[in-house]
Design a protein around this ligand. Structure first.
Ligand code: UDP
Length: 204
């Protein structure tokens, strides 16, 4: 997908969110140091601003209605120096509705966040940022998948030992089989082909 490739090319920071990506990087002898999931990065960022003088202003975009509010309550309790200045759960299909997109961008501009967390799932979130980056009034936008759900306690992270072994995907599959089985099957079919193509390309 050229549009997704473009979104990644334009991103200032691209992290490996899944263990298989890190495994593949080792196989291709371009080893990435480690997996950095959005759901680890965001709490670490929040933790890091606890001793700053100014609160960190955050906007939560995505997740089902009400989830952002629960996430904000938990954030407030755990990281009092993080201020959630805006929350919005866009309706289904919003990305194809120009008026709704304009409304969202206005909402973000009015809330004036430093950090915009976008939890719309991949690749919707990456494509949305790519399309609207120039009108987005936030210092940083991070695409973080289901992180808002994790912050809300809506979904659970896997035990630490599973994360260390690169098996968080298995935990997620076990907790949401009907939603994720199709996606993971498709990934398991396509990803090895991409790795194989890279591997062959590197040797050509
Ligand atoms: N989501 C959303 N709007 C959409 C599609 C998805 O807000 O149109 C949310 C969904 O509620 C969930 C997140 O996006 O909070 C995607 O979670 P997923 O598990 O797919 O993300 P991953 O971490 O696997 O990329």
């Amino acid at each position: 997908r050229s549009d997704l490739r473009q979104a990644y090319a334009n991103a200032a920071l691209v992290l490996a969110d899944g263990a298989p990506v890190v495994w593949a990087s080792r196989l291709l002898q371009r080893a990435l140091p480690e997996r950095v999931a959005g759901s680890d990065l965001v709490p670490a960022l929040f933790e890091g601003c606890m001793n700053k003088n100014e609160p960190l202003r955050v906007f939560l975009l995505g997740a089902a209605p009400g989830v952002g509010q629960r996430a904000a309550a938990n954030i407030h309790e755990r990281w009092p120096n993080v201020e959630v200045v805006g929350i919005y759960s866009p309706p289904l299909g919003f990305e194809n509705d120009p008026a709704e997109n304009t409304r969202i961008l206005r909402m973000i501009a009015d809330a004036d966040p430093q950090l915009l967390l976008i939890g719309l799932g991949a690749p919707k979130q990456e494509l949305w940022v790519e399309r609207h980056a120039d009108q987005m009034q936030a210092r940083v936008a991070l695409c973080v998948g289901a992180t808002i759900d994790f912050l809300a306690g809506e979904k659970s992270r896997s035990p630490l030992w599973m994360r260390r072994m690169g098996l968080e995907w298995f935990h997620r599959l076990a907790t949401e089989p009907s939603r994720l089985a199709k996606r993971y099957l498709r990934d398991a079919w396509i990803f090895p082909q991409l790795v194989w193509r890279e591997w062959r390309g590197a040797r050509a």
